[in-house]
Design a binder for this molecule. Sequence first.
Ligand code: ARG
Length: 403
Amino acid sequence: MNKKAVLAYSGGLDTSVIIKWLSKKGYEVIAYMADLGQEADFDTYKKRAIKTGAAKVIVEDLKNEFVKDFVFKSLKANAIYESGYLLATALSRPIIAKGLVKTARRENAAFVAHGCTGKGNDQVRFEVTIRALNPNLQILAPAREWELKTRSEEMEYAKKNNIPVDTTKKKPYSIDVNLWGVSIESGKLEDPYYEPDEEIYQLTKGIDKAKAQASYAEVEFKSGIPVGLNGRAAGCVSLISKLAKIAGDAGVGRSDMIENRLVGIKSREIYEAPAGWPLYIAHKALESLVLDRETLHFKDLVAAKYAELIYYGLWYTPLKEALDRFIDDTQKRVSGVVRLKLHKGNCVVVGRKSPNSLYKKELATYEKGDIFDHSLAKGFIEIWGLPYKGLYKGLYKGQEGVV
Ligand code: ARG
């Protein structure tokens, strides 16, 4: 077996140290970077990887694929984990893992490596995906095994081995960024009562600094997918960037939660999803207009399961694919426009329209033109309540004023 390893490289301290650590152990390291819209300085990172000992660096622009095949599937499902996390990091792991597997095949490498520790969800997502796509690959997780127990030990190792890292910039938090959002954890955030400094936020303004006037975002959907913003057609990547700017300036998109990790730990997490929140809200608003009640309610159950599958690293699984087929079937009707008003951290729906609308004014109206047959309600209620008729009779006997 060769000793070639494709490493998921971020350019940061951990994965830079891993390049050196693996090469010292005799591996030929190919550093693999996926561009998911994190706006990293790829040229600097490329040079850094080579200087640190990588044999080769590969940067792949996966932005379009990420949005189309991962983010928008999650959006169509209305997937959200524990009511606050739109899954930006969790969605990125399977596409990066797929990139590793494909690169390993192309480069004829027997190993793939990642920089996750043993406490997080990301190790699970990487490894489950890699094994689903190619069980013959050997997986290396140096940060789970090595002797470098603390950040300062890693810094020390970097210094001793001439690994170029930004030692001037302290990095008090662990931050993961892509087009769909930012995940921030650790450092002072480990105290759940600690209010984060404004500086930790990358994409959104705080309420105090948010724009004074309200902004509007009109999002057009076709079959469940956003295709236009404020009257203009937009490609998926640029739509997300544009909406993120509008919403971020309005202070929309933050969440602060205590989250249940897959490995059993509760952790404090700060998220920013300035495009994700408005799109999630708008998509649900459109579905409420065009889907019938039973489909809508059932879809809510599916949303919870779908979010779990993403969070738990189970993207490449038969259940997730079967759910996609159900969801896609429902989305055929989900076309139209939703108008949102964004102001000082709020994002509210102020209008919605669709050629597939199931809303019938002549049934809903309390004004002239009402065609709803009120007399039918009497019989409906009698039969609806039949199983309960008299069931509680006498229950509150003696308690005056109750029944
Ligand atoms: N808790 C989140 C998740 O499991 C975010 C993880 C962030 N990862 C990171 N390397 N900072 O999806």
